[in-house]
Design a protein around this ligand. Structure first.
Ligand SMILES: [Zn+2]
Length: 488
């Protein structure tokens, strides 16, 4: 779903939304007092387009007709073609629905019943929704498709269950490993024959950005948790491979327990995708092609914030959005394990609803674990309100003062959607782990704040020490160890 201003819609969609707004004025919401208007864009069987409106209608005995269903019934009654008695009735094509809630605070989306009813007409129709006393240029409106709002709608004909994709044959497993080195006779790496042994019986994985951080966490686990740490490979170090990449894979193993892999993926989400594809393949190779399920994957990194929290606190994501506001949620069991690890570390926990009311002054930031939703965006840098660098002597655009305003508007739209954290990878981690069947969670040290206490936006960066970046990873390590122990 995308959120934009009404004036940024196509002229046709603006018209449709205004029609929905207009018809909401004569709605009859005698019980709910919540007037709704709907307008459909309808192509009749002859190919002519029509706007068909409806509004909600409620009775003293609490029966009701939603605006969308009202409009759909009118469209079918007025724009179907019956070719004679007993012959087939040709229905109009419903291309889009606009819905307007006159007293709603946010765009009024169709209720569940209407989603199903509209999906029966056309599961791929466009859904535009808005709210307010009148439809204005700057009214915030949402644009989505019905399939987005109602995936897996009920259908009378039996839904065909997709065949699962065949698993890769074990002898072809190596084909999955394109970017990360694995020991073959042709890769001249130290202890090649022994290296794969390190990946046997790995039960959990910590994902970090930089190779240095992976190293630091493995060393921390050795020093503080009695783990035996090994380096599977570190492509940021000379001598490991002719390719210099940001990938490092360390293992940390507490005696008698399954090991934990600590992998770095470099900057951004593409690295995450590759690491989450290739590390499981390496684990399978190490276990002789047998299934090697991970019982937890925790991404531990750094992030920016648009919430009034102190720099240096640890932020735990309760959900992660992507640029299109699609939301994924972490595994509740892993979240709980992270909270327990924080309690054991004597950290104070702040829930999402308590952030705004809290006064964090005189609090040691690193002792705070603060929860809330985050956004993972490829517009990480610009999305944090940073300008593109342009040389003043180069031709092309000069710095445009309205550009900053546009970037801050993006931040503001995220804030309105409840976003607290801004980073690049969490969404990809949760989406891929859900596909792979791995429970996942994510947390990170807050090292940048984009919001001043007065509500304006700023660029403020804390060049944090390595220590700051290791502290969330400690929670990740302890949470994974507890999860693995619980599993027996
Ligand atoms: Zn409805």
């Amino acid at each position: 779903m995308r959120w934009l201003n009404l004036k940024d819609l196509s002229p046709e969609d603006q018209q449709l939304l205004k029609a929905a707004c207009d018809i909401s004025a004569t709605a009859y919401p005698r019980e709910s007092d919540f007037p709704v208007g709907a307008a459909l864009w309808v192509k009749d069987p002859g190919g002519t387009g029509h706007t068909v409106t409806g509004n909600n209608f409620e009775t003293i005995v609490y029966t009701s007709l939603c605006a969308e269903k009202h409009a759909l019934a009118r469209a079918y009654a007025d724009h179907s073609v019956a070719e004679g008695k007993g012959k087939e009735v040709i229905r109009p094509q419903i291309e889009a629905v606009a819905v307007w809630g006159a007293t709603a605070e946010k765009a009024a989306l169709p209720c569940g019943d209407c989603r199903q009813t509209l999906a029966t007409a056309n599961p791929d129709m466009r859904v535009i929704a808005g709210a307010g006393a009148e439809a204005k240029d700057d009214s915030r409106v949402s644009v989505s498709t019905l399939r987005e709002l109602l995936p897996w709608a009920f259908e009378l004909k039996s839904t065909k269950v997709p065949e699962p994709l065949p698993l890769v044959e074990p002898q072809k497993l190596e084909d999955h490993i394109v970017h990360l080195p694995y020991p073959t006779p042709r890769t001249p790496m130290r202890d090649a024959s022994k290296r794969l042994e390190l990946l046997k019986d790995i039960g959990g994985m910590i994902l970090v950005g930089s190779p240095g951080r992976a190293r630091a966490i493995a060393e921390w686990a050795e020093k503080n948790r009695g783990a035996q740490q090994e380096c599977y490979c570190d492509l940021s170090k000379p001598g490991w491979d002719e390719l210099s990449r940001e990938f490092a894979l360390y293992t940390a193993r507490v005696p008698g327990q399954p090991g934990i892999a600590i992998a770095s993926h470099g900057i951004g989400l593409s690295g995450v995708e590759i690491v989450l594809s290739e590390v499981p393949a390496l684990l399978h190779l190490a276990s002789g092609g047998k299934s090697a399920p991970l019982r937890g994957v925790i991404r531990s990194g750094t992030r920016g914030t648009i919430a009034p929290v102190p720099l240096g606190c640890v932020a735990l994501s309760t959900s992660s959005l992507d640029d299109h506001m699609d939301r994924v949620v972490p595994d509740p069991g892993l979240l709980e394990a992270i909270r327990s690890a924080a309690r054991a570390a004597k950290m104070e926990q702040v829930s999402e609803g308590d952030i705004d009311a809290r006064d964090f002054e005189n609090k040691e930031a690193s002792t705070l674990l603060i929860e809330g939703p985050g956004i993972s965006t490829t517009f990480f840098w610009r999305g944090q309100g940073r300008p593109l660098w342009r040389h003043p002597q180069l031709p092309g655009r000069r710095m445009d003062p309205t550009d900053a305003a546009a970037r801050y508007r993006l931040l503001e739209s995220w804030r309105e959607a409840g976003v607290r954290w801004i980073e690049m990878e969490d969404y990809t981690v949760h989406r891929l782990c859900a596909e792979l069947g791995y429970p996942s969670a994510s947390l990170g040290a807050v090292i940048a704040s984009r919001r001043r206490p007065d509500g304006s936006y700023q660029v403020d960066y804390n060049h944090a020490s390595q220590d700051l970046e290791v502290s969330p990873a400690q929670l990740a390590f302890d949470a994974l160890m507890a999860t693995l122990k619980r599993g027996g």
